[in-house]
Design a protein around this ligand. Structure first.
Ligand SMILES: [Fe+2]
Length: 342
């Protein structure tokens, strides 16, 4: 029978460690026992357990420090941590909550309570793992879309990097910057629903073909569904082609109704389209592309403050330029207006 989960137990008291190990091993868990916090941390990194049950007072690394480390590390933050607290539980509980603990057990540990806590947290962890894998499925869909179009090679990576650099430059909170980095990869995931004949068409698009292309925003939004990790990414996927004068799609949003992260992604999307080769023109230089973005903002398509900030980011020297493989066309921007808009 498949083990119901992997557990790391940390306790410097031998008797207590043996007792917890016996109870959970009997229930079918794979148990890794640690005599101090440092050993528990090593085991957490090596074994990717489904849960950590740890004593508070331990040599080398306390239960609080272990918990803080686990919750602060990207690779381990979804592992539930149960703190086993002593008689003076209240104070330890508050400190445990601050350290990010998911649950508590009091000494002496009641076997049934331990079994119930571990069972429910492992179930929750499995659910989080599923969400993580759903997110990876969508990400691989996005990369599949990119691979279909030889003109857009590397677009996702550049978008992710540009958008997060821009978000950091604007001083946005970490969650928004992370959403921008993910949105860079996922913004065009809905193109999975656009037939090759339309997506890869060399000539100008007919209005009905353009209508099919526009649907990629709505399809992408639906693909993201209700996945919690994509909560902040969804508006980027749906609205990165909206323009603040209301001329964009799919909803014709205007002004502040266009979500900020979608506006940022829209600006870097235009920038990346301009600075890369297209079948109908060579890549433009960064300076010419920024001038085109400035012209677009004067025509009311983008917030002038944002376009200014983007130019400022370039001047700061913190912006990584794409490889320039083409030249600008005597300083004049030549684009197919429909292609430019996808
Ligand atoms: Fe798009």
């Amino acid at each position: 029978m498949k083990a119901p989960g992997t557990v790391v137990i940390a306790d410097d008291t031998r008797a207590s460690l043996d007792l917890l190990t016996t109870i959970l091993t009997r229930d079918g868990y794979t148990v890794h026992a640690a005599r101090d916090g440092e050993e528990a941390l090593q085991l957490a990194l090596q074994q990717s357990p489904d849960i950590i049950v740890t004593d508070v007072l331990m040599p080398k690394l306390s239960g609080f420090e272990l918990c803080r480390w686990i919750k602060g590390n990207r690779a381990t933050r979804f592992i539930p941590v149960v703190l086993v607290t002593g008689l003076d539980g209240a104070r330890e509980r508050i400190e445990g909550i601050n350290a990010g603990a998911d649950d508590f057990l009091h000494k002496p540990v009641n076997a049934q309570e331990l079994q119930a806590r571990v069972r429910s947290l492992v179930r929750l962890k499995r659910f989080t793992d599923d969400l993580d894998s759903a997110e990876s499925v969508i990400l691989s869909l996005a990369l599949t879309v990119e691979a279909r179009d030889p003109c857009t090679g590397g677009h996702c990576v550049r978008m992710s990097s540009y958008a997060s650099l821009f978000g950091t430059h604007l001083g946005l909170p970490d969650d928004d910057v992370t959403a921008l980095a993910r949105g860079g990869y996922l913004h065009d995931v809905g193109k999975i629903g656009v037939p090759d004949a339309v997506l890869l068409k060399a000539g100008p698009l007919t209005p009905s073909e353009f209508a099919i292309i526009k649907q990629h925003t709505v399809t992408g939004d639906q693909l993201c569904g209700d996945l919690r990790p994509l909560r902040l990414v969804k508006p980027i996927v749906r609205s990165h082609h909206e323009r603040i004068d209301g001329s964009g799609y799919p909803d014709g949003l205007a002004g502040d109704a266009v979500p900020l992260l979608a506006q940022i992604t829209g600006i870097v999307d235009v920038y990346d389209a301009l600075t890369t080769d297209r079948p109908y023109r060579s890549a433009l230089t960064s300076a010419v592309s920024l001038a085109e973005l400035d012209a677009e903002s004067r025509r009311g398509l983008h917030q002038p403050d944002l376009v200014c900030a983007f130019a400022e980011l370039h001047r700061s020297g913190r912006f990584t330029q794409p490889t320039r493989r083409g030249t600008d066309l005597q300083g004049h921007v030549v684009t197919d207006p429909l292609r430019h808009a996808i």
